[in-house]
Design a protein around this ligand. Sequence first.
Ligand SMILES: [Cu+2]
Length: 132
Amino acid sequence: MKAMRRIAVGGVVAVAIGALVTLPVSAQTYPVAGPKKVKVKVGDNYFKPKKLTIVVGDTVNFVWIGAAIHDVVVTKGPQKFESKKQASGKFKQVVLEPGKYKIVCTLHPGMDMKLTAKPPPPVTTSTAPGTP
Ligand SMILES: [Cu+2]
């Protein structure tokens, strides 16, 4: 019985360590400075800006400004997301994985953009001015 119990406890510890190691990126906390909201226009037939750099944790807010139906689809990138096909409205996406993304409208070949998500800057422990 003693041996059985030891195995059981060991198993629990192994599972706990495994959970720590596989902690998803989304569980990280981000510095006070962020996150930001960044707007991307979805026009006929273009994204503006065509190149965008953000910091992980930022929200990209796609806003439809054209008349035609478009969508927003990641074809390459560490995090996949896609909007509905729509002619107006918005699509908000929080980007949690650092890396380079290619985003397209699947309805219009050549309508694409590049998004780069940088890792968050290290948290600094600077004190406020006047603090002793
Ligand atoms: Cu389109």
